[in-house]
Ligand binder design. Structure first.
Ligand SMILES: *Cc1c(COP(=O)(O)O)cnc(C)c1O
Length: 317
């Protein structure tokens, strides 16, 4: 197997700053494949099943700015198999991820968002008729394999705690399709930790997003834990979405500029800057003091450059 990342080191976890709390960061954006991020961690786990099933065609769902689509297109190119990304035609934006994906030779198929499910079925049966064995990965790397990937990430965090003789009181991260959070929550429940895992929603409201995280956690853990235990462990904050998916809110952009300048850490407008901003607001509002806080950087490096390009266009630099 060419793409075997089972023996890579844990992603870097280090101290960032101390004010009323002590802040650490886990740089999953430095996961060592295709600009890293949670989609790389998940995607390479899906790749194992793709290989095990002897599939020869990769199909997934994602927008033109999707980090997940970039990772899957890169995996396909690396293993020399064709790749199709079903994409909602509503968000046909020129982005760095789109250029990178096309560079790998993957093909976008644009459909109206309400026809996505039927298009996927149609395409998969066409490919089977043509003699291929297609492997479909849900948008965002959803499913138990995605959840498992972040259970593994949680284990890396546990190992850091053990080595440094400390505990994290809070873990903050951006939550979207939900398996990043489900994996972390599963890890926490399995190790009986009282660390609070706070998913900062990047788009979905709690009514829509939280049940998805709960279901993913339940699917992964089967019947090891009660509904109440899972319910109590899923903290889904929808107050910091700043206008949804590709936000251009001032607080989000100011966060990108600040964190890059102060710590040299690139964030983006869709995911990580919202999570960072949400984290600081949450800490202020709840008057959290004297705690160990961990921010998980879930990746999205190309989106940082989308932001920089657009910002420079506006200011004429
Ligand atoms: C997809 C993504 C998320 C959200 O992860 P989910 O597992 O879908 O909840 C967060 N950050 C970045 C950079 C992402 O690409």
């Amino acid at each position: 197997m060419k793409l075997d990342f089972s023996k890579t080191l844990p992603t870097p976890l280090y101290f960032v700053d101390r004010d009323e709390n002590t802040l650490y960061i886990k740089r999953d954006d430095l996961y060592p494949f295709s600009f890293g991020g949670n989609k790389a961690r998940k995607g390479l786990n899906f790749y194992k099943e793709f290989k095990a099933k002897k599939a020869d065609f990769l199909v997934t769902y994602g927008s033109t700015s999707s980090n997940h689509a970039r990772i899957i297109a890169n995996i396909a190119a690396s293993s020399d198999v064709p790749c199709i990304i079903i994409s909602p035609e509503e968000v046909k934006k020129e982005t760095f991820n789109k250029k990178i994906i096309e560079g790998f030779g993957a093909k976008f198929v644009f459909v109206p968002v309400n026809r996505v499910a039927s298009k996927i079925e149609e395409l998969l049966s066409e490919l089977r008729e043509d003699g291929y064995t297609p492997y479909f990965i849900e948008g965002g790397g959803h499913g138990n394999i995605g959840t498992e990937s972040y259970r593994n990430c949680y284990d890396e965090i546990k190992a850091f705690e053990a080595e440094n003789n400390m505990k994290f009181d809070y873990i903050f991260h951006a939550t979207g399709t939900g398996t990043t959070q489900a994996g972390l929550v599963s890890g926490k429940l399995m190790s009986e930790d009282d660390t609070k895992i706070i998913g900062i929603s990047i788009a979905r409201n709690s009514k829509r997003g939280r049940p998805v995280v709960i279901k993913s956690t339940r699917d992964y853990l089967s019947s090891q834990f009660t509904d109440k235990e899972i319910d109590d462990a899923v903290i889904f904050e929808d107050r910091y979405t700043a206008g949804g998916y590709g936000s251009e809110a001032g607080c989000v952009e100011a966060t990108i500029d600040y964190v890059m300048e102060k710590y040299g850490i690139p964030l983006d407008r869709t995911y990580t800057a919202k999570a960072w901003h949400g984290m600081t607001e949450y800490i202020d509002e709840k008057e959290i003091k004297g705690k160990n806080i961990l921010f998980i950087h879930t990746g999205g490096a190309p989106l940082y450059f989308d932001y920089i390009m657009e910002k420079n266009k506006e200011t004429g630099k």
